[in-house]
Design a protein around this ligand. Structure first.
Ligand SMILES: Cc1ncc(COP(=O)(O)O)c(C=O)c1O
Length: 400
């Protein structure tokens, strides 16, 4: 099976986790401060505060923006039309109104699309780098500055990539990073951590005080076991994870509800540190796999990788299928052929209109170190599945 990979882990990550478990330092421990210290150099001069979720950083930032601008009637937050639902929920949870701005073929906001929706009620803009693909964040920063609007540089999916000589995450007032599955640095499943980056030093004192008052996230050992069985080892473990979770439930072990705002746990900080130690080779290896896909996709008619640019880092390989394709049927066929795929986020306007192509984005198997032969095989099977599903479509039409 050519499986979707959720984390590129080596022995270093397992050893880091085992050390925390053996010393009883799962929630609290020295790795939290060490992680902040290790990242201070990368993100300098921004301040680095490790938290339990990427969206914890968004919530903390929005609450502070709203407080600083209270009474001004600014209650709207600009987000891209193509976005992870947790961002929308964070905006709504803060009592604010999301306003969708258009994205380019790279799935990112542009300075023009942001400018087009700014108004007297705009409080802030959240600008992600979708699937790790860098947005033109410098231009978006200039637009926000000119309009007097707060900017969150949402680098949830990417670590260690610079644009205009600055690290993604350090533009605007606040930056965020996530360490959940399928990101650039992965410490585990949902709630495995993230970063609050304070880029605007006027905001540093209140956010530092808030962060210092937070407790580290709890329940993370259970989350790690779940992640290993259901994601990392799934190819070998099959459905063991599912039965394990059911059995644990029957015995009265239920996963802990996620903490609201919390610091990252010591266990997740140790895992993130192990990943950071391998970041450069991981990035290089992923860029090589993206290049291999771009070459192999040339032989698959009608399929493109819209976020591709030569030498560009991506955290996922998302391909756009041709308009006539039934995405569900194609994915089912690929599964039979041994290729696991995943969909992206839902297209904002459903399956019609200008945004329809976003609903035809499919994620292909992608992991650091995937060799050219495997990439060629996946693309060959994609071509085969496209041919057989369009054949089925054709005969169904003829039968009518
Ligand atoms: C662009 C973007 N922003 C924010 C988040 C939130 O991160 P977390 O799941 O760690 O809260 C995600 C998560 O998928 C994301 O993709």
């Amino acid at each position: 099976m050519h499986a979707i990979s959720y984390a590129d882990w080596s022995g270093a990550e397992y050893r880091a986790a085992l050390r925390c478990i053996a010393t009883g330092r799962v929630a609290n421990g020295g790795k939290i401060a060490l992680l902040a210290q290790r990242l201070a150099a990368l993100y300098a001069p921004s301040s680095v505060y490790p938290v339990n979720f990427g969206h914890t950083a968004i919530r903390m930032a929005l609450a502070l923006f709203a407080q600083r601008t209270s009474g001004s009637g600014r209650t709207e937050v600009v987000i891209p039309r193509y976005i992870c639902p947790s961002v929308v929920q964070s905006v709504q949870g803060a009592g604010l109104t999301p306003v969708m701005a258009g994205v380019g073929t790279d799935l990112n906001l542009t300075a023009e699309s942001v400018q087009a929706v700014l108004g007297p009620r705009t409080l802030a803009v959240i600008a992600p780098h979708m699937f790790g693909c860098p947005a033109d964040i410098g231009a978006i920063e200039r637009v926000c500055r000119a309009a007097g609007v707060w900017l969150i540089d949402d680098a949830a999916q990417v670590v260690g990539i610079a644009r205009d000589g600055r690290q993604l995450g350090t533009f605007g007032d606040i930056g965020i990073v996530s360490f959940a599955q399928s990101k650039t640095v992965v410490a585990g499943v949902r709630g495995a951590g993230g970063l609050l980056l304070v880029n605007n030093h006027e905001l540093d004192a209140p956010l530092r005080a808030q962060w210092q008052a937070l407790a580290p996230a709890r329940g993370r050992l259970h989350a790690l076991v779940f992640f290993l069985f259901n994601h990392v080892w799934k190819r070998r473990a099959g459905n063991i994870g599912y039965y394990f979770t059911r059995m644990a439930g029957m015995l009265g072990f239920h996963p802990r509800q996620y903490d609201e705002n919390a610091k990252i746990s010591n266990l997740d900080a140790a895992l993130a540190l192990a990943q950071l130690g391998r970041l450069e080779p991981l990035k290089k290896a992923r860029i090589a796999v993206v290049e291999a896909y771009q070459r192999a996709l040339a032989a698959v008619p009608g399929v493109t990788m819209p976020q591709y640019a030569p030498g560009r880092y991506l955290a996922r390989v998302m391909v756009a299928l041709p308009p006539h394709v039934d995405v569900a049927a194609l994915r089912a066929r690929l599964k039979v052929l041994g290729v696991e795929t995943r969909t992206g986020y839902p297209a904002p306007a459903g399956n019609s209109g200008d945004d329809a192509w976003m609903g035809r984005l499919v994620g292909l198997p992608f992991r650091a170190g995937m060799d050219k032969e495997e990439v060629d095989q996946v693309c060959g099977l994609l071509r085969q599945a496209l041919e057989s599903t369009s054949q089925i479509g054709k005969s169904a039409n003829e039968a009518h």
